[in-house]
Design a protein around this ligand. Structure first.
Ligand code: PLP
Length: 378
């Protein structure tokens, strides 16, 4: 393949397809309608073209954070249900109707505003109810929902209550808290006044993000909302939970060596001179920097693969360049391939490892690469 860019992202469509299939197989009922592919932030930095692939393979439910993201998916040709997971402001309401998004409601104000909009446009809209069981972000606190309000919401001529959801705050590392959240969610679902107004059976109930999906199979309920796992990356810095399920990373990032030089010992490399050579060093410059999403926090920590070997970052990452140590890699030449994310030979650099270098979660690493505009689907 001939690629003329100094930096590019490859989307491994086979891995994406494989991940979708494996996630399906891991559900007690392997039906595509039981997966909400969470594709906010331009599909976790992979670009929304990948959502079209998922649709082609049978995925028919998607989750976004904003109305704008939902609109972009509709314009791309996404036909299935698009859940608006992140709420909305008043000004976005016309966009919800126009793009047939399915909002998850978190407050009476949201409900009232949707209701007023419907009085004008008389359009039908399905919605889900979001319960705040302990995340303390979006969602109704259970005590905010009383009988009369539920009655009102479940008998509206245009607005149709289709599901109830909650969101885990610590499903990746705190089973006790997760169990408590699940219990609070279940207690709400078992409320007598709820079953008197709606058929609980017919409501779509869901609570699992990727970590919930991976670690709490008995909490899958009617649907799971998988984001990061769909892209083959673990929600924690340890990749083994996704590996053991046979999921593999979809994103690969590559670049090329732009410049090479020999330095004696005692050179202070980069802005602020945070790295001083302790031996004669062969340095390579690569055209990647924080403008392309490589967090400055990765400075002096991150590694790339050149000729199948690791080359460590020297000094701070600048806006569009980074220096790496290739002293122990023989015959590195200008133009040589640099693998930043992905495998080269037996070695592999994963988003989880990068997250550990940057002391963050893999989600943030993937999202930061939204800035890499050169994407090819392979
Ligand atoms: C982002 C998000 C998810 C997906 O989270 P992952 O950890 O990427 O699987 C699920 N549910 C909600 C409400 C979200 O906002």
């Amino acid at each position: 393949m001939n690629i003329d860019y100094p930096l590019w992202m490859e989307i491994d469509s086979q891995s994406l397809h494989n991940n979708f299939t494996r996630i399906l197989q891991h559900l007690s009922i392997p039906n595509a309608s039981r997966i909400i592919g969470v594709v906010k932030a331009d599909a976790y930095g992979h670009g929304i073209e990948s959502v079209l692939l998922l649709q082609k393979w049978g995925m028919n439910r998607f989750g976004v954070a904003t109305v704008q993201e939902g609109e972009a998916l509709r314009q791309l040709g996404i036909k299935g249900t698009i859940y608006l997971l992140g709420g909305f402001i008043n000004q976005e309401i016309p966009g919800i109707f126009k793009n047939h998004l399915t909002p998850a409601l978190s407050s009476r104000e949201e409900w009232d505003q949707l209701k007023s909009a419907v009085q004008l446009n008389q359009q039908e809209l399905e919605f889900h109810l979001k319960i705040d069981s302990g995340m303390y972000r979006m969602g109704f606190l259970p005590e905010e929902l009383d009988e009369s309000f539920i009655k009102q919401m479940s008998h509206h001529p245009y607005l149709h209550l289709k599901g109830v959801m909650t969101h885990f705050a610590s499903s990746e590392n705190d089973p006790t808290y997760t169990h408590r959240q699940f219990e609070i969610f279940q207690n709400f679902l078992q409320k007598k006044f709820l079953s008197e107004q709606v058929s609980i059976q017919n409501l779509e109930k869901h609570c699992c993000n990727s970590a919930g999906f991976l670690f709490f199979p008995h909490y899958h309920l009617d649907m799971v909302r998988v984001g990061i796992a769909l892209f083959g990356v673990s929600p924690i810095q340890d990749p083994s939970p996704v590996r053991s399920l046979g999921l593999s990373p979809v994103m690969r990032i590559k670049s090329r060596v732009k410049l090479l030089k020999h330095l004696p010992s005692g050179c202070c490399i980069g802005y602020g001179g945070t790295c001083i050579t302790e031996r004669p060093t062969r340095l390579a410059v690569i055209p990647i920097g924080y403008a392309q999403g490589f967090l400055r926090r990765l400075s002096n920590r991150m590694e790339v693969l050149i000729k199948g070997q690791r080359a460590k970052c020297l000094g701070v990452i600048s806006m569009d360049q980074m220096m790496v140590d290739v002293t122990s890699i023989p015959d590195v030449k200008r133009g040589d391939l640099v693998t930043i994310l992905g495998s080269d030979g037996p070695d592999e650099i994963r988003a989880e490892e990068m997250a550990a270098w940057a002391e963050t979660i893999p989600h943030e690493i993937l999202c930061s690469f939204i800035r890499i505009k050169n994407r090819i689907v392979v």
